[in-house]
Design a protein around this ligand. Structure first.
Ligand SMILES: *[C@@H]1O[C@H](CO)[C@@H](O)[C@H](O)[C@H]1NC(C)=O
Ligand SMILES: *[C@@H]1O[C@H](CO)[C@@H](O)[C@H](O)[C@H]1NC(C)=O
Ligand SMILES: *[C@@H]1O[C@H](CO)[C@@H](O)[C@H](O)[C@H]1NC(C)=O
Ligand SMILES: *[C@@H]1O[C@H](CO)[C@@H](O)[C@H](O)[C@H]1NC(C)=O
Ligand SMILES: *[C@@H]1O[C@H](CO)[C@@H](O)[C@H](O)[C@H]1NC(C)=O
Length: 679
């Protein structure tokens, strides 16, 4: 099935049954609680102490006066936590309709396609459950910007006049930076912004067709530089030049996600036959929808539990001692990440990131050659030259290689003399730098593959191969010895669960969709971009993924404890009077903090969200412990005074809770990071 954005969009228009956007906010605001908690967040930013213990009695009594809701209401309120995200659309150009009329039309197109949806995980660890319990919703506002339009038109015109035509391409190559500079300045002026800006440019007819280039130099027969019409900034803005192109990039022969030339893709909305304003806005809505899904609320590649210390081990398995180092500059990869860390991207407050490099000689490592030979497969294809000729290509089966490397991690540690790391999450990155001349890729196509617990990459002496992708009407070549960019992309996936820009989990299709619309410009993923620097999309996703995983864990755990209360006959039966009061207070505080965490996430204030999540863990623990104590007492009384049938259900429940408690208690200080036990 060819899934372009527009087909998805229209499929959605047809299929969607609008989901009620129920974000039931907590009942009455509690006077003083906000002040108390924000003061706590300053005194104890890591939430090491349980804030419940220092609550004043008046706050406690207002917490217990709050409406006590029924069991199912409680669960419903947990499952309806929803994160509103704001997207500001800025229409730059005279031919766009005014913001007031376009705003309502855009909103009506979009509300038909999405009102509220859940966050999703492409590869959950255990189950087939791709859906997280947290929802998100789009909040759109639209404006026109005439002053920006005239400045951009002037700049674009002078760039086009300056650029000589190329024989290789019908499109003039305009460097993206000319336009980006101006838009970035405009964005800076809007600060402080909550949310993301999306600029649509329509700068009128130009003297020649043009598109943007993102690198230095021109294409050559062996090196294709893909043209695009979009850019995602380091800061939270995106621009799309609808007058550029039409560009094409995607799978060369067949496959999902191709961007066809012509007027069907919404990126080419202004090309082809003239359109009515309504049709143009439908195309814009489709682009807004796609940008929202892919760039604002991207699927998680994997769930990522919080860890204080993150460590990347580069394990370089080399064939020749002093082989050609170009294309495998560890420092460059490290710098890509550390630049963002130093710029307060990527990591949450007290997290740290380190890189270490180890070297192993292929000749002196029997397990390495075993792993390679066991995972080598061959793929045979027939080509018609003079006669039919069989061509045999070798490739490595990444799943098998992963299996062998996992099984022999100890052996690897020994041959590479890798010390044991006490603490934190270690991501091994195995790079096989082999001394052979043939092409050897992973699963026939990839230089590097990300798993949840490791990254595997391979290169040989062979320098380039034709990939199955094309852009500007030509095949894209893969520079097979350049591993830096593929490694950056894989590390992002394994360490932070950041999805590649072209992948999206679709619950309606029950599969991962592929769409390359945003895989050009500034993204470390995919074959069409050359950049390994990160845009706001990856930087935000890295932090949001950790927080969403924790939030989902808290929700699951809170639902578990509610179920166990229900299994014991409800809270009034299980809990004695003073216990019940504390239960209600704890519960309302927990719910309050989760709401605060969600609203901080929606303002993209990740640090505050982390604080509230950590702080809410104390209340979750308190509730678990209350319910455990009460169920113990209940069972003791049942055993002593009556002669009931053995309460299998409640006993096994208590045993379960006991283990949870025992575990939580043993690791109380490390409570937060131990959320990974979930996986
Ligand atoms: C946590 O509580 C303990 C004992 O009440 C106190 O000594 C400590 O300073 C508190 N920590 C923070 C960060 O407030
Ligand atoms: C097919 O053609 C190649 C050269 O084009 C030649 O070397 C080979 O012997 C031919 N095979 C057969 C079976 O004719
Ligand atoms: C989704 O696909 C998986 C396997 O591909 C299948 O086991 C599962 O039942 C499907 N889920 C739904 C809701 O169709
Ligand atoms: C998220 O929470 C839901 C609801 O409790 C649970 O079913 C699901 O397994 C959780 N997913 C992850 C990845 O933790
Ligand atoms: C549960 O019981 C233990 C031991 O009796 C006690 O230390 C703990 O404080 C109790 N927890 C709650 C929340 O009442």
């Amino acid at each position: 099935m060819s899934t372009t954005t527009s087909t998805i969009f229209f499929l959605l228009l047809i299929f969607i049954s609008s989901i009620s956007s129920g974000s039931s906010s907590s009942s009455v605001p509690i006077i003083g609680l906000d002040t108390f908690l924000s003061q706590q967040s300053r005194v104890d930013p890591q939430a090491t102490n349980d804030s419940f213990l220092s609550l004043s009695s008046s706050l406690k009594s207002s917490l217990s006066r709050s409406l006590s809701s029924s069991h199912s209401d409680k669960i419903r309120s947990l499952l309806s936590l929803s994160l509103p995200l704001s997207l500001h659309v800025c229409l730059v150009g005279d031919s766009f309709p005014s913001s007031s009329s376009s705003s309502s039309l855009l909103s009506s197109f979009l509300s038909a396609s999405l009102s509220s949806d859940n966050f999703h995980v492409i590869t959950p660890f255990d189950t087939l459950l791709h859906r997280l319990a947290v929802r998100h919703s789009l909040h759109l506002d639209v404006s026109n910007s005439p002053s920006l339009a005239s400045l951009l038109s002037k700049t674009l015109k002078s760039e086009i006049d300056r650029t000589p035509s190329s024989l290789r391409s019908p499109l003039l190559s305009v460097p993206y930076s000319a336009v980006d500079q101006i838009i970035r300045q405009d964005f800076e002026k809007e600060k402080p912004v909550h949310g993301v800006y999306l600029y649509f440019l329509n700068l009128g007819q130009q003297s020649k067709p043009y598109a943007y280039t993102y690198g230095h130099g021109d294409s050559s027969p062996a090196f294709s530089r893909c043209h695009g019409s979009v850019w995602t900034g380091k800061e939270r803005y995106i621009w799309v030049d609808l007058g550029a192109g039409p560009v094409d990039y995607g799978p060369a022969i067949s496959g999902d996600g191709v961007l066809p030339r012509g007027e069907f893709h919404p990126l080419a909305a202004l090309h082809g036959r003239p359109k009515s304003q309504k049709a143009l806005l439908a195309d814009l809505a489709s682009l807004v929808w796609s940008a929202y899904q892919v760039l604002l609320v991207p699927s998680l590649r994997i769930p990522v539990p919080f860890e204080k210390s993150l460590i990347v081990h580069f394990i370089h398995v080399f064939g020749t001692e002093n082989g050609d180092p170009s294309g495998l500059d560890w420092k460059a990869i490290e710098r890509t990440f550390m630049d963002e860390v130093n710029d307060n991207g990527l990591l949450l407050a007290d997290q740290s990131l380190r890189f270490k490099t180890y070297r192993v000689s292929y000749a002196g490592c029997p397990i390495c050659s075993f792993a390679i030979s066991r995972s080598t497969n061959s793929y045979t294809s027939r080509f018609l030259f003079d006669n039919y000729t069989m061509i045999v290509n070798e490739y490595l089966d990444s799943k098998r290689l992963h299996r062998i490397l996992s099984d022999s991690a100890e052996e690897f540690r020994r041959v590479a003399s890798i010390p044991e790391e006490e603490d934190g999450r270690v991501l091994p990155v195995y790079v096989f730098d082999l001394d052979v001349h043939s092409i050897l890729l992973l699963d026939r196509y990839h230089q590097s593959v990300a798993f949840k617990d490791m990254v595997i990459a391979v290169r040989t002496k062979n320098a380039q191969t034709v990939s199955d992708y094309s852009c500007n009407g030509r095949h894209v070549f893969t520079q097979t010895r350049d591993l830096e960019r593929p490694l950056v992309g894989s590390i992002l996936q394994s360490m932070w669960g950041v999805s590649p820009t072209h992948l999206l989990w679709s619950p309606r299709h029950n599969t991962t969709l592929v769409d390359y619309t945003w895989s050009i410009g500034q993204t470390p993923f995919g074959p069409f971009s050359e950049s390994s620097s990160l845009s706001f999309v990856q930087k935000d996703a890295a932090r949001r993924n950790v927080l969403l995983t924790s939030l989902n864990y808290s929700i699951s755990s809170a639902i578990d404890v509610l179920e166990s209360v229900a299994a014991h006959g409800g809270e009034r039966k299980l809990l004695k009077h003073n216990q019940h009061t504390e239960f209600i207070q704890r519960w309302n505080l927990l719910k309050y903090k989760l709401d605060k965490a969600v609203s901080a996430l929606s303002r993209l204030d990740f640090e505050m969200a982390l604080y509230y999540l950590r702080s809410s863990d104390h209340d979750l623990y308190g509730i678990h412990s209350l319910v455990y104590n009460a169920s113990q007492e209940l069972e003791a009384s049942l055993v002593c005074f009556k002669d009931p049938p053995f309460p299998w259900a409640s006993v096994s429940m208590s045993v379960g809770i006991f283990f949870v408690l025992f575990y939580l208690h043993a690791k109380r200080d490390k409570l937060f990071r131990n959320k990974r036990k979930q996986f």
